[in-house]
Design a protein around this ligand. Structure first.
Ligand SMILES: [Zn+2]
Length: 160
């Protein structure tokens, strides 16, 4: 078994929606990003790549590469899943924490869980989504941006 950790943060800019776990969430800010800036899916990709010893999201999908402009981050997750398959890694579980003063993800959690389970070809009970604030402390508390942490546990199965 191998464990991996991922972290991602994006700055808020003017706008009216953002993407969290593949769900379009209405908000009074957008995020500054080359892709769709989905912090949940970016942290998840890094946790999965980390556990598999396959580097990080920036190496696989360079922000300087025009083909990733405004990219739906669910595509990144699907590509990472293919890399895991190729290297005989099976996913035991993933656990993700969104850190944001606003928006709150309570009403989107179930949809996010199902998006991730679908894209990774796993059961929704292998995916946990949590949301927390920093009680208005720091850059996240001041609503300068949004961040997410993820951990993933993989099991290598050479017979598969
Ligand atoms: Zn990101």
């Amino acid at each position: 078994m191998r464990i991996g950790h991922g972290f991602d943060a994006h700055r808020f800019i003017a706008g009216d929606h953002l993407f969290l776990g593949g769900v379009k969430v209405p908000h009074y800010f957008a995020v500054e990003a080359h892709s769709d800036g989905d912090v949940i899916l970016h942290a998840l990709c890094d946790a999965l790549l980390g556990a598999a010893g396959l580097g990080d999201i920036g190496e696989h999908f360079p922000p300087t590469d025009p083909q990733y402009k405004n990219m739906d981050s669910r595509r990144f997750v699907k590509i990472v899943k293919q890399l895991l398959d190729k290297n005989h890694w099976k996913i035991s579980n993933v656990d993700i924490t969104l850190v944001a003063q606003m928006p709150r993800i309570k009403s989107y959690k179930l949809e996010i869980k199902h998006n991730i389970a679908d894209d990774l070809g796993i059961d929704p009970n292998q995916v946990n989504i949590k949301g927390t604030t920093t009680e208005k402390m720091g850059y996240l508390g001041r609503e300068e941006g949004i961040a997410a942490y993820a951990v993933a546990l993989l099991i290598q199965d050479k017979s598969a």
